[in-house]
Design a protein around this ligand. Sequence first.
Ligand SMILES: Nc1ncnc2c1ncn2[C@@H]1O[C@H](COP(=O)(O)OP(=O)(O)OP(=O)(O)O)[C@@H](O)[C@H]1O
Ligand SMILES: [Mg+2]
Length: 305
Amino acid sequence: MDEECTDVNMEIERDTPQAVSVVILKGGVGKSTTSMNLARQLAEHGRTLFADLDPNGHATNGLGFREAYQSDTNLGNVILEGNATPSDIIQSTDHQFDLLPSSNTLEDVEKDLAGAMQGSARVKSKIVDPLLGDEYDYVVFDCPAYPGMLNNNALVASGNVMIPIEPGSSAIGGYKRTMERLIEPAREYIDVDVLAVIPNKLSDRIDQQTEDRELLENLNTASYEVNEGQPLQEAVPSFARITADEFEQIDAGEMQTPKPGIRHRSALSRSLQEDQPLQDYDPDSDQIPYYQELAKIVANGGQVK
Ligand SMILES: Nc1ncnc2c1ncn2[C@@H]1O[C@H](COP(=O)(O)OP(=O)(O)OP(=O)(O)O)[C@@H](O)[C@H]1O
Ligand SMILES: [Mg+2]
């Protein structure tokens, strides 16, 4: 494998507390997988809270917290009415991070947030502001696949996002929809920094015209801005960055074809069925360095240019 693709030696230069939301307005792309494994690697750097804001509760249930998902005391009691505190619902896990579980009531919570005073800032004011920098160094949100009050709360509470994206004809469409329907509207009111756009479930060779190649070429050449004055390609983590020059070298047979991350691995889907992040399920997995790099990007508050 190309050396640049496994470069995770980027040092952590900042240790400011950070929150980040893993979002894309498209189902099944890898929000839960990415957010949970990112939280697991951030936990190696500092105290980490993994917050599952998706009503489907895939991450909560995937970590084995089926009872918490059905508990009478839930996020609504903390951020809407009631006098529950975050510690009433936060669970400790065997995976170094704590879990703020999703709940089978979150769809109702979302409806109630729409009519609540400062309904988009409740997670910030009731959870992140009191805990980040005090109880936790990092907070990672797993978000729903549709726009709404829970996604808005995650954006307001974190101000940082990472966007997973998978190969296929609708891939870039999902990214653009997320920018147009979620991030840009939020930017009318708050700063939102896109820390990374992360290819996921790569499985094809890229020395031929595959969907993987199309995605990587799109990401690495797109001229549209992801952050003010920053083209999309600069938000691609180094393990997936392939320049136009490098593609030319690949096509000319002058360069060994890299296998960029994050790749499709059965260990990643199986680990969720076995209630574990990848680090604990298969510590030797070749994909772990990529989650480590994502953790460093968060800890640094962005990519080192
Ligand atoms: N890199 C990967 N390799 C193999 N399987 C993966 C990978 N990433 C995600 N998956 C699998 O793809 C499915 C969807 O992933 P995940 O649940 O993380 O997506 P999501 O965006 O959170 O979905 P939803 O919108 O339904 O919440 C899951 O079964 C997961 O195990
Ligand atoms: Mg999910």
